[in-house]
Ligand binder design. Structure first.
Ligand code: C2E
Ligand code: CA
Ligand code: CA
Ligand code: CA
Length: 274
């Protein structure tokens, strides 16, 4: 009979091997997907809270993997971040979006929001990538970077923040209030926008603790003169509540679901733009 310790160590070794193999095949999958351009660029409109005019879009990535079917960004983005593949994905998003800007109105008031991982700010990599994959095409559209803090915040060099400012790039802190270091971000990044996470929007009108957090985030934005954008707006009640409290822009299924860029002009025709 095999000793229990041996069986256990074999088992642990096997699980560790499985995990490594899974990771390797996943990075392989992403690289395949990038090479075959399986990722599709979607966008979701943002509307001015007071007059419902469309003020811009957020760019969202979709992966229709022909080998495994549709994979949610909530699954592949965190994995890509863990395996240092988020920068190539972001470069793909920047280049693809820049090449499809003809779907959007040309206006200094129409903003394009791109999701960027905090790790991409390390050593100013984001500035180089923007120069190469965005500004090289000279798009005149105002650009927002939505910064998430899924993992702990790396120290963001103030030179990066200054360079972005000089390029006219605006910063939004995404999912504000859900991460580990939102308050440290305020001092470090001087953000132009705080995005209220959809879990807080969903809590409006309920007696959940999160509905108090929503009020406190709004008060914080108002006191610091930082614009607020609420995501996940699904009901007219939520919209009215946010509007009354001075939230600048709203985004959610109430206005539109994310759509491929080529579908945006038709949507805009049925909605006023800024
Ligand atoms: P996020 O940046 O917080 O994006 C908002 C998410 O909420 C999107 O999910 C959007 O489809 C969804 N949403 C919008 N309105 C509503 C609503 O009214 N109700 C509900 N329940 N959901 C709503 P999606 O597209 O599945 O993306 C999930 C997350 O994946 C994003 O969260 C973002 O963190 C990440 N992600 C997506 N695309 C990219 C990308 O190109 N780069 C990076 N770094 N991250 C991305
Ligand atoms: Ca976002
Ligand atoms: Ca968000
Ligand atoms: Ca979110």
């Amino acid at each position: 009979q095999l000793p229990l310790a041996l069986i256990l160590s074999l088992l642990i070794g096997y699980i560790a091997w499985l995990a490594t193999a899974g990771r390797m095949s996943f990075s392989h999958e992403i690289n395949l997907g990038l090479a075959a351009r399986e990722f599709e660029i979607y966008c979701q409109p943002l509307v001015n809270a007071r007059n419902q005019q469309c003020t811009g879009v957020e760019i969202l990535l979709r992966w229709n993997n022909p080998r495994q079917g549709f994979i949610s960004p909530d699954v592949f983005i965190p994995l890509a971040e863990q395996q240092n593949l988020i920068a190539p994905l972001t470069r793909y998003v920047l280049a693809e979006t820049a090449s499809q800007l003809h779907h959007f109105p040309v206006s200094p008031h129409f903003h394009i929001g791109i999701n960027v991982a905090a790790s991409h700010f390390h050593r100013g990599k984001i500035v180089e990538d923007l120069q190469q994959f965005w500004f090289a095409r000279q798009p005149s559209q105002p650009l927002f970077l939505e910064l998430t803090e899924r993992d702990a915040l790396p120290d963001v060099d103030h030179r990066v923040v200054r360079d972005l400012h000089q390029l006219g790039v605006k910063l939004a802190i995404d999912d504000f209030g859900t991460g580990q270091s939102s308050l440290a971000y305020l001092e470090m990044l001087h953000p132009d926008v705080l995005k209220i996470d959809k879990t807080f929007t969903a809590a409006i009108g309920t007696d959940a603790v999160n509905s108090t957090v929503t009020d406190i985030i709004i008060a914080l934005g108002n006191r610091l003169h930082i614009d607020l954008v609420a995501e996940g707006v699904e009901t007219a009640e939520q919209a009215a509540y946010l509007r009354r409290r001075g939230v600048t822009a709203l985004q959610g299924y109430l206005y539109a679901r994310p759509m491929p860029l080529h579908a945006f002009p038709a949507w805009l025709e049925t909605h006023p733009d800024a």
